[in-house]
Design a protein around this ligand. Structure first.
Ligand SMILES: Cc1cc2nc3c(=O)[nH]c(=O)nc-3n(C[C@H](O)[C@H](O)[C@H](O)COP(=O)(O)OP(=O)(O)OC[C@H]3O[C@@H](n4cnc5c(N)ncnc54)[C@H](O)[C@@H]3O)c2cc1C
Length: 511
């Protein structure tokens, strides 16, 4: 490893001592070896197996991983059946703009053109009687002028994992693909973390994995090794170097805890791969405390307003982090019941309105009342009859808070937000007691940056040359984002993992 890398980054970047021959207790062979049984790794394994390849998957934990509900793609057949079509040119432009032009445009287009096909494939699998999960399209999307969101986020309801109490969507998708891959003879070795790659004559040919017994297994791959070990969020030291915002979130939600340590990123680096430019983008959603964020007035811990609250979820989180705080207070008065639904016509989206599917009603007051009650019971919402009393309960200076609220109400009545430029239809006065303070804060879901890859998902070195035999997908791969996680369509972290996994499985499976 060059000295420049050693000094640039922490100890995580230093390669381990090579595995000794006497530590290897078994050698296995496969056409394709996938490292990591998350959505990216499992879709790749299944697609390659369907194309006739002999596939082996090494997984660090005791099971496959699937979480979350939304899988975002463009123009699936299901969307067509709902009468929805994405304008992918507009989406691509918006995606690239929101990523500060740091994403790889070729990858973005490859995703947008192929993700509908990958989703159709997954939908057909999940429709089989063994899984019986029906697709739905997430209906809530932010309709603001600056950050429009598009439909395309798929969820699946009625599957076996949802029946077991898991969130509908991600878990059933991975479970179904895993089960199909097993049926085709794919070998999954659990509790067998990959630790190092074997590189011979410039080509990555094998991987050393640690067995539960402490010794090593060597797996030789004829066609390629695929790094699909997820993200770096569980490795604080790597986050500090590559995605410092990730460490400043109020909570990190990834589960199972401790597996997403950036193992694949490091193995790729040690084998000669290069990272996209840091800082990596991170998926940060405001669900660390109360899930409903509303859109009226936000104050920081000084009791001051600090942002235009008319913003989508990433934007709100980044504004809170920018204040160097882990939570803010969203202020609501007792007229929220009428005022909130009014804002959904031109705002809305996750954590603003409600989660619903296309074809369902947009706002259910009873549901929101329940969530409000739960928030109060859990101490995440405080309430008071006067602004002064509310400030005391929120622990912010009363003088400053009262003056912030008065100023906000004056601007709202005037119809022009000269402090932060919020649209006038969103400037709604807060004057009807009791008042509520809702605690909201950024939660880290994933760090979505990694190794540079080309459109064949081959890991690239610093000179843009592919490392023979080595591929990366999912959150181990870079290039999809940059600067920020764009949310032009919700759930494209899953969507890109699925699509690039599917495409790579087909590419290597058909060799
Ligand atoms: C609570 C929560 C909800 C989320 N909801 C959504 C959502 O709705 N939509 C969305 O798009 N995204 C969502 N995300 C993010 C999403 O889960 C990830 O972006 C996605 O799982 C990435 O897929 P992946 O296959 O790259 O990695 P992962 O799903 O993280 O899978 C990586 C796998 O590799 C294994 N592994 C790690 N190291 C090794 C090793 N050395 N050897 C072998 N195996 C290894 C891990 O154990 C894991 O099974 C959510 C995240 C969280 C935490």
């Amino acid at each position: 490893m060059p000295d420049s890398i050693k000094s640039k980054w922490g100890s995580w970047a230093i390669p381990p001592d090579p595995v000794r021959a006497d530590e290897i207790k078994e050698t296995l062979y496969a056409d394709i070896v996938v490292l990591g049984a998350g959505i990216a790794g499992v879709s790749c394994a299944l697609r390659a197996a369907q194309c006739g390849a002999n596939v082996l998957v090494l997984e660090k934990s005791g099971s496959w991983s699937g979480r979350g509900g939304n899988i975002g793609v463009a123009n699936s057949s299901y969307m067509k059946s709902c009468g929805i079509e994405n304008d992918i040119t507009e989406i691509a432009r918006e995606w690239i703009k929101r990523c500060g032009n740091r994403c790889d445009e070729k990858l973005v287009w490859q995703f947008l053109k192929n993700s509908g096909r990958a989703m159709d494939w997954l939908t057909d699998i999940l429709a089989q009687p063994a899984y019986g999960a029906r697709p739905a399209l997430q209906g809530c999307a932010y309709r603001g002028e600056t950050y429009r969101e598009n439909y395309g986020s798929h969820r699946f309801f009625g599957g076996p994992m949802e029946k077991k109490g898991m969130r509908a969507g991600g878990a059933d998708a991975v479970f179904a693909m895993y089960s199909e891959a097993v049926k085709l003879g794919t070998r999954f070795l659990f509790k067998t973390p990959a630790e190092q790659l074997l590189k011979e004559n410039g080509r990555v040919t094998g991987v050393y994995a640690r067995r539960e017994t402490g010794d090593y297994l060597l797996v030789i791959a004829q066609r390629g090794i695929i790094l699909a070990t997820g993200d770096i969020a569980g490795n604080d030291e790597m986050c500090e170097d590559l995605a410092p915002l990730a460490n400043r979130c109020a909570v990190k939600l990834y589960f199972p805890k401790g597996v997403n340590k950036g193992d694949g990123h490091r193995m790729g680096l040690w084998a000669g791969g290069s990272f996209e430019d840091a800082p990596f983008a991170a998926m940060i959603h405001p669900q660390a405390f109360h899930p409903s964020n509303f859109c009226f007035l936000y104050v920081n811990q000084d009791g001051s307003r600090f942002m235009n609250e008319d913003n989508y979820i990433q934007g709100r989180c980044l504004a809170i982090l920018r204040e160097r705080i882990t939570y803010a207070w969203s202020i609501v008065d007792s007229a929220w019941r009428e005022k909130l639904p009014e804002t959904l016509r031109c705002g809305g989206g996750i954590a603003w309105g409600q989660d619903f599917e296309v074809g369902e009603p947009e706002f259910d007051l009873a549901k929101e009342e329940k969530s409000f009650e739960r928030g109060i019971e859990r101490g995440l919402i405080v309430t008071a009859d006067t602004p002064e009393e509310l400030a005391g309960k929120m622990g912010v200076p009363a003088d400053e808070f009262v003056s912030t609220l008065t100023r906000y109400n004056t601007l709202a009545v005037s119809g022009y937000d000269e402090d932060f430029g919020k649209r006038k239809e969103m400037m709604i006065p807060l004057e009807k007691p009791p008042y509520y303070g809702v605690k909201i804060g950024p939660a880290l879901l994933a760090v979505v940056g990694g190794l540079r890859v080309d459109c064949q998902m081959r890991v690239l070195d610093d000179d843009n040359m592919p490392i023979s035999g080595l591929y990366a997908i999912g959150n181990t791969a870079g290039g999809r984002y940059g600067t920020d996680y764009p949310m032009v369509i919700h759930g494209t972290s899953h969507g890109t993992a699925l699509t690039f996994g599917y495409l790579l499985g087909e590419q290597l499976g058909n060799i």
